[in-house]
Design a protein around this ligand. Structure first.
Ligand code: SAM
Length: 288
């Protein structure tokens, strides 16, 4: 039976680290938005978090591992019958290829598989139906998403998070709370969305802006944009030419992008397109 030797059962390929601490399961439930929207859970695993969720919410769960789907179909027979619980077996990233994850507004709540956690969060930013994201991820990832301008960890991920809403690192979770324990410390991250944003051009632009995080922002930008245009934009927006990438607020990135995106020549267009293709390829490799 699955639960006899969990550490042996867990698949590394699918990033399986099962959260076995009742305290942290309860802390996740307490951090959830207080309404009756459906919950989408990615990677229910053995169903420990799911059990808490179905007590008060309608839940749709997405699980890639067939062995776990079988287990969940058995464990959640009753809520599956009443419709309080729905289980979709397969790769959640494939579900997103055809549009929104669900066809009604939802909150994403999950202990995410870490190998695709960032990809999943970025997909949820674009999904109009997703209202909020409450997820367990590697602590460093949570810190990056939740960082504010001028903090050292402020990065492209922080800019993207603050472009769709407000990100908060809720609490840290030590490796011993999981079976098997991961090699990293984890943290629960909450992103309350106030809008969705699907702009691959802006994502590629941020990659360029943060390509060398400790260098000057203008220096990074001229690796893809015409130097005169970068300088003109800095002057127009009255920006300090010595500004470092982590020092510029999110609104500045949007203004710079608006100034520069129309000033791309053929070579620069190709560079940004290449960046975009690399992003897509990276996401595909992570999920295969
Ligand atoms: N929610 C459980 C818990 O808290 O104990 C399990 C969390 S475990 C970190 C990640 C879960 O995501 C596993 O059940 C794994 O099989 C599932 N998973 C991994 N990749 C997936 C994918 N591409 N689509 C859907 N589920 C996936």
């Amino acid at each position: 039976m699955i639960t006899e030797n969990l550490a042996e059962f867990a698949s590394k390929k699918f990033g399986q680290n099962f959260l076995k601490s009742t305290i942290y399961l309860q802390k996740i439930i307490q951090a959830m938005p207080n309404d009756t929207l459906r919950v989408a859970e990615i990677g229910p695993g053995l169903g420990d978090l799911t059990k808490e969720l179905v007590k008060t919410r309608r839940v749709t769960a997405f699980e890639v591992d067939k062995r776990l789907c079988e287990h969940l179909n058995h464990e959640f027979e009753r809520p599956l019958e009443t419709g309080a619980f729905e289980l979709r077996c397969g790769d959640v990233l494939e579900r997103w290829e055809s549009g929104s994850l669900l066809d009604e507004p939802y909150h994403l709540v999950a202990n995410l598989p870490y190998y695709i956690a960032t990809t999943i969060i970025l997909k949820a930013f674009k999904d109009e139906q997703c209202q909020s994201i409450l997820v367990m991820v590697q602590k460093e990832v949570a810190v990056k998403f939740a960082a504010k301008a001028k903090e050292k960890a402020f990065s492209a991920l922080s800019v993207l998070a603050s472009s769709v809403g407000e990100a908060t690192l809720c609490f840290e979770v030590e490796a011993e709370a999981f079976v098997p324990p991961p090699n990293v410390t984890s943290a629960v991250l909450l992103i309350e969305k106030n809008r969705s944003r699907d702009d691959e051009g802006f994502e590629a632009f941020l990659k360029v802006a943060f390509v060398q995080p400790r260098k000057k922002l203008s220096k990074n930008l001229i690796t893809a944009f015409n130097k005169a245009c970068v300088n003109q934009s800095f002057e127009k927006l009255e920006l300090d030419p010595n500004l470092r990438p982590h020092e510029a607020a999110t609104s500045i990135y949007h203004q710079l992008y608006n100034e520069l995106k129309d000033n791309l020549d053929g070579k620069q267009q190709r560079k940004l397109s290449k960046q975009r293709r690399e992003n897509t390829q990276k996401q595909k490799t992570q999920s295969s």
